[in-house]
Write a protein that binds this ligand. Structure first.
Ligand SMILES: Nc1ncnc2c1ncn2[C@@H]1O[C@H](COP(=O)(O)OP(=O)(O)O)[C@@H](O)[C@H]1O
Ligand SMILES: [Mg+2]
Length: 324
């Protein structure tokens, strides 16, 4: 459904996208995972015909972005990283305008606007100015706008970045619903967790280049799966904690001596956590924290490239919720 063929985008000396090729079959949800500045938005713009690549091309639903940009656009719904809705209109008006842009008959534009508002739980707020909406509501409205044209291909550029955790969960639920209806989806994100939640296949991109792809499980497998982490209150307990975690783990134990954190990869989340809790308790070790952690984008980067992500923003992504 989407075929990206050797696309590069140069901004002066910066190679924002560097010879990327990608095939996304119909009805697949593909996660494009990478830190800030990886080139996600630039690639999305190329596919959406908003930016001409320096070289290479993309075919969407059989149409080439160079030869047939209008046909490509008519197949795509795009919801951007920054909600592109008009503050001075109501939610309903925003959606009806999108319908008009698609040259839908007025009644049909109205019907689809109502439908999108309903599905996004915005019916009650439909006739309020968008100016009064919360961040989550704006993002939902923006998504609604991308649905009005009933696109075969839905492109979501960091749909939940900057949203609070509860709104993010709500949006995920809604996105899952959309996905189950069979659209082809390209979803960019900084969060492994989000890609894991929504995507069938994940492509990891860094500095404009694809550095890995696979299912979430495959990527996590490269990291070594989930981790149990324990933080003893006393430094003197580090060695003992290490020994005890070694028993419940399925891989090498890591000890962070400065932060007093001991972590070990595990196969079965809950079982391993319970075992760890029991043995640490029986040993009388006082802990400041005991947790099960899913691998973050950081861990994936570390496992794939041997280094932490290229930009400082990986840190930001982590504190924003990449790591639990
Ligand atoms: N219009 C532009 N002019 C110059 N450089 C740009 C422009 N847009 C993006 N870049 C650069 O291209 C790289 C990729 O950016 P972007 O595609 O926005 O990344 P992401 O969406 O993954 O955060 C970054 O280094 C960014 O600074
Ligand atoms: Mg971006």
């Amino acid at each position: 459904m989407i075929s990206i063929q050797g696309v590069s985008v140069d901004f002066g000396p910066v190679k924002a996208v560097d010879n990327v090729s990608l095939e996304i079959p119909r009805n697949e949800v593909r996660g494009l995972l990478g830190p800030n500045g990886a080139g996600k938005t630039t690639l999305v713009k190329v596919i959406a015909t908003l930016l001409a690549p320096s070289s290479g091309t993309a075919i969407v639903g059989g149409y080439d972005i160079h030869d047939n940009p209008n046909a490509v656009r008519s197949m795509i719904g795009l919801a951007g990283q920054y909600a592109a809705v008009d503050d001075l209109l109501t939610g309903r008006e925003n959606l009806e305008i999108v319908g008009a842009l698609y040259q839908l008959p007025k009644a049909e534009a109205k019907r689809r606007a109502d439908d999108a508002l309903e599905r996004l739980s915005l019916t009650d707020a439909a006739d309020r100015l968008v100016r009064t909406y919360s961040g989550g509501m704006r993002r939902r409205l923006d998504l609604g706008a991308s649905l009005v044209g009933r696109p075969d291909v839905l492109i979501l550029d960091e749909p939940t970045t900057g949203l609070d955790p509860r709104t993010r969960l709500e949006l995920w639920a809604f996105l899952r619903e959309l996905v189950s209806e069979g659209a082809t989806v390209l979803l960019t994100t900084q969060y492994l967790e989000e890609a894991d939640e929504l995507a069938d296949q994940i492509t990891v991109i860094d500095s404009g280049k694809i550095i890995a792809d696979g299912t979430a499980d495959q990527l996590k497998g490269r990291v070594g799966g989930d981790l149990v982490t324990a933080s003893p209150k006393r430094r003197a307990d580090l060695v003992r904690v290490r020994e005890l975690l070694e028993v419940v783990g399925s891989g090498p134990v890591r000890v962070d001596e400065t932060q007093l954190i001991v972590s070990v990869p595990v196969d079965s989340r809950v079982e391993a956590l319970v075992k760890a809790a029991q043995s640490l308790d029986e040993a009388g070790i006082e802990l400041s924290d005991l947790a099960i952690q899913r691998p973050s984008l950081d861990d994936v980067f570390l496992a794939i490239t041997g280094k932490v992500g290229t930009t400082e923003d990986v840190e930001a992504a982590k504190t924003k919720g990449g790591r639990r």
